[in-house]
Design a protein around this ligand. Structure first.
Ligand code: ATP
Length: 250
């Protein structure tokens, strides 16, 4: 059974509908969530992370339809979420910050210290664990954000543009981490970097104007590519081809 399922999901800001009946399914693996600016990726991620409640439709995470407060609390312990813009306390050290999230996620006290150290090591910040956040670079802060998202070994990991600001070497290390976590869990990562999808994702979801355009494997997206479409790589041509076909049909 997929870890995350949406059925006819609808969400709007005031009267403007931005998610328009999305039916999607995400199982074990690494899912790249693609779409143009304003397509609704962040809004969808916030709903999957249980921050925004859908106006209508159903959202099922880890088998729970999220209809009770107890269900919500238990699901939140089992997911990890890196928001597009995440706030942090500049005077906290890396370790204090990640520890704080481990505590929020109710990681058992006996495992907390090891879980924090492991998360910090996995994002390559072991040497900076005792440095204050205000002394870190933008890319390092992004990695702290990833560390807090994985500290509870989440079964569903939601990452909103995680590679923004990472240097090429870090991006490659990050892909290894994604593949590692995605072997047994469901990882959904939104990105504008199509090459990240081709390199690290086992599945792709493409949305436009709050509607589903494509769900399949990177190979299927590449196969959908029209050689005459814009794009420097096969996967970019697949992206522009399916988007163009969807817009022409609607
Ligand atoms: N807090 C808000 N209030 C009102 N409208 C919003 C709000 N947040 C987003 N929107 C609108 O909802 C739509 C979807 O925005 P969203 O941020 O989800 O898109 P996105 O796909 O993540 O875009 P990007 O790639 O630029 O990050 C856009 O039209 C945006 O202007």
């Amino acid at each position: 059974m997929p870890q995350v399922k949406t059925h006819k999901l609808v969400f709007g800001y005031r009267r403007r509908q931005v998610i328009k009946g999305l039916t999607l399914s995400f199982g074990t693996g690494v899912h790249g969530l693609l779409g143009p600016n304003g397509a609704g990726k962040t809004t969808l991620m916030r709903m999957l992370a249980t921050v925004n409640r859908p106006d209508s439709g159903t959202l099922t995470v880890l088998g729970d339809p999220l209809s009770s407060e107890a269900g919500l609390r238990s699901v939140r312990r089992r997911i990890g979420y890196l928001p597009q813009a995440f706030g942090f306390y500049p005077r906290f050290t890396v370790r204090e910050f990640v520890e704080y999230f481990a505590w929020l996620k109710e990681v058992p006290r006996g495992r907390l210290s090891d879980a924090v150290d492991r998360a910090i090591e996995r994002v390559g910040l072991g040497e900076r664990a005792d440095d204050r956040l205000k002394t870190l670079s933008g890319g390092m802060l992004r990695r702290v954000g990833i560390a807090q998202a994985i500290v509870n070994d989440p079964e569903v990991l939601l990452l909103d543009e995680p590679t923004a600001g990472l240097d090429p070497e870090q991006r490659m290390d990050f892909r290894v981490l994604l593949r590692d976590i995605g072997r047994d869990n469901c990882v959904i990562t939104s990105t504008h970097l199509i090459e990240d999808v081709a390199a690290a994702c086992t599945a792709v979801t493409l949305i436009d104007s709050g509607q589903s355009v494509f769900q399949g494997t990177p190979a299927q997206l590449i196969a959908a590519g029209d050689p005459d479409c814009d794009g420097d790589t096969p996967v970019e041509r697949g992206y522009t081809s399916v988007l163009r076909a969807f817009r022409a049909a609607s």
